[in-house]
Design a protein around this ligand. Structure first.
Ligand code: FAD
Ligand code: SF4
Length: 513
């Protein structure tokens, strides 16, 4: 054996050309690493999902005849970091070539590009996962410049011929958002299917995390419900096609606390399998479109387009934004937000029912759907002016699918406007009214969504105007915000002052909201 090939935890792509042939000169390294389990405080289910998937991948590779070195935390505990481990293996086993797939995360890409192993040559490969080739990112994106997702998405549709007919978008339009995005009515809730969950035994991983003092957050489950191999990921994809696609777009933005409806509603929960590369974006897109083609009388194009947009559009887009703007992106704080993250982000102990639900669900399942992330916890952090480093840290740790390339543009960019508008053309700021429209959270909340300044007024209301007022220099001239500033100006000075005073007092007592 002469060659060591590294497979990182989010590089579990069985279709990679590396694996086309069994080469006796190659040994594959898959390793649980302390540095990966603790670069941020992760949700315990997230660490279990990665470690369990890595073990399954290693088994599958060995079964196909490849040489695999699988190391657990017990084996790697004495190495300070990944370079130290690699140096030890290549030296003791007298390996002369080290190969790796280009990491998607800046931190790891730096670490591996700086790596110099004595007497070992180094090669890097593409991960063969994304649709947009890495080299084309520079053509699609410009550093520090806003790129409109909608136009990027249309270019991707054309380039990869997805939902196209003779050069035109299928159905005559690119976007069906107008038909989507309804909230649940009472009778809708009984129809929400129970999610397909798995029961992967991760008790040995939990024991290892304890043994090695890996600090985690969230509810530990010895039966992990997330998919950890290709078979389970495909089952989840099939389940999505058969039961959820039909209303995916329609209820994409809806939220509920009703216990008759389940926690992931009509969402696919494929993000972990996708981000670990267990399943590829083109496989997901092709499968969903094929299913729709066979069931066109039941499923509308709007549902399918809404879903394809998330993967072919948003997912590829945020990766481009990340790679085009790193490393500067990680330090951006355009709105100079400096407040610490309130303690209830880690406990869900808050009287704000929407926040309680979004956080509790995240702690229980390592999951919240897009609108919970964007318009509940994200919007609250934006309005309250929470430091984007702390907001990033929370999102990067808590979600099953959180890897920096996708987490950061969504968090720092889309929700916090800390990138000054590279992702969003206006901040995703909203008052309680939006949450009341899209959810049933307000009905049983301690606060009253209709009130702004009273003792039990919904905090989102005064904080919203406080945000609008304190950032008027940034946003007053933004045409998409003109209406909002007009409404603010229409209020009399006393009302304005009462709202600002209320928000100030909420911010002073932010820990007790
Ligand atoms: P579905 O609703 O079923 O959507 C299907 C797929 O589309 C997802 O699996 C995902 O791969 C893709 N997708 C949808 N929206 C986005 C988006 N905005 N950006 C990138 N891909 C998208 N997604 C992550 O994968 N990792 C993260 O760390 C992450 N952090 C986020 C942080 C914030 C503040 C916000 C607002 C969004 C974040 N997202 C992240 C995007 C999105 O919320 C999740 O991808 C989605 O909720 C995952 O659940 P799902 O698989 O059920 O998605
Ligand atoms: Fe959230 Fe306000 Fe509604 Fe309560 S009233 S659930 S705090 S939006």
């Amino acid at each position: 054996t002469s060659t060591l090939r590294l497979i990182l935890g989010d590089q579990l792509n069985a279709s990679h050309s590396w694996f086309k042939q069994v080469d006796p000169n190659v040994v594959y390294l898959i390793a649980e690493l302390g540095q990966e389990a603790s670069y941020v405080t992760h949700h315990v289910q997230k660490v279990c999902a990665f470690f369990a998937s890595m073990a399954q991948f290693a088994q599958a590779l060995s079964k196909s005849g490849h040489q695999v070195m699988y190391l657990t935390l017990d084996d790697t505990q004495h190495y300070a970091d990944l370079p130290a481990l690699l140096e030890n293996i290549t030296t003791t086993q007298q390996l002369t070539i080290f190969e790796y797939q280009q990491p998607d995360e800046y931190r790891l890409a730096q670490q591996l590009s700086e790596l110099a192993l004595p007497k070992v040559s180094k090669n890097s490969y593409d991960t063969e996962h994304f649709l947009l080739p890495f080299a084309d990112i520079q053509r699609e994106f410009t550093p520090n410049k806003h790129v409109k997702m909608e136009f990027f998405y249309r270019r991707m549709r054309k380039r990869f011929n997805v939902l196209m007919q003779e050069g035109e978008p299928l159905g005559g339009q690119w976007n069906f958002d107008q038909q989507n995005r309804a909230s649940f009515k009472k009778n809708d809730l009984a129809d929400v299917p129970a999610p397909l969950v798995f029961a992967n035994d991760v008790s040995d991983i939990l024991a290892r995390l304890k043994r090695h003092n890996i600090n985690t957050i969230g509810k530990a489950e010895s039966q992990l419900l997330w998919p950890v191999n290709r078979r389970q990921s495909r089952e989840l994809l099939d389940f999505f096609c058969q039961h959820l696609l039909i209303r995916f777009g329609h209820f994409q933005d809806a939220m509920t606390e009703n216990s008759r409806a389940d926690w992931s509603l009509y969402h696919s929960r494929l993000s972990f399998a996708l981000n670990a590369k267990i399943i590829s974006p083109s496989e997901v897109i092709n499968k969903v479109i094929a299913h729709w083609q066979a069931h066109q009388h039941d499923i509308s194009l709007a549902q399918v387009e809404g879903f394809v947009r998330q993967i072919l559009g948003w997912r590829e887009y945020v990766r481009g934004i990340y790679w085009c703007n790193m490393p500067n992106y990680a330090t951006k704080n355009a709105l100079q937000a400096l407040r610490p993250l309130p303690g209830y982000f880690w406990t869900a102990n808050t009287k704000m029912n929407c926040m309680h639900h979004a956080i509790k669900q995240s702690l229980d399942y390592a999951y919240a759907h897009h609108i919970q992330r964007l318009m509940v916890t994200g919007c609250f952090s934006l309005l309250a002016g929470i430091n984007p480093d702390e907001v990033d840290h929370w999102y990067l740790g808590i979600y099953i699918d959180a890897i920096e390339w996708v987490e950061m543009p969504n968090t720092r960019g889309m929700t916090q406007f800390a990138d000054g508008g590279i992702v969003a053309t206006k901040p995703y700021a909203a008052s309680g009214n939006y949450l009341n429209k899209m959810s049933d959270y307000c009905k049983s909340c301690h606060y009253n969504v209709k009130l702004k300044t009273e003792h039990n007024a919904c905090p989102f209301n005064s904080l919203y105007w406080h945000f609008i007022q304190r950032h008027q220099d940034q946003f007053k001239r933004n045409p998409r915000m003109a209406m909002v500033y007009k409404n603010w100006q229409k209020m009399d000075v006393h009302t304005q002052q009462a709202i600002i005073n209320k928000a100030d007092s909420l911010l002073e007592n932010i820990e007790s909201l």
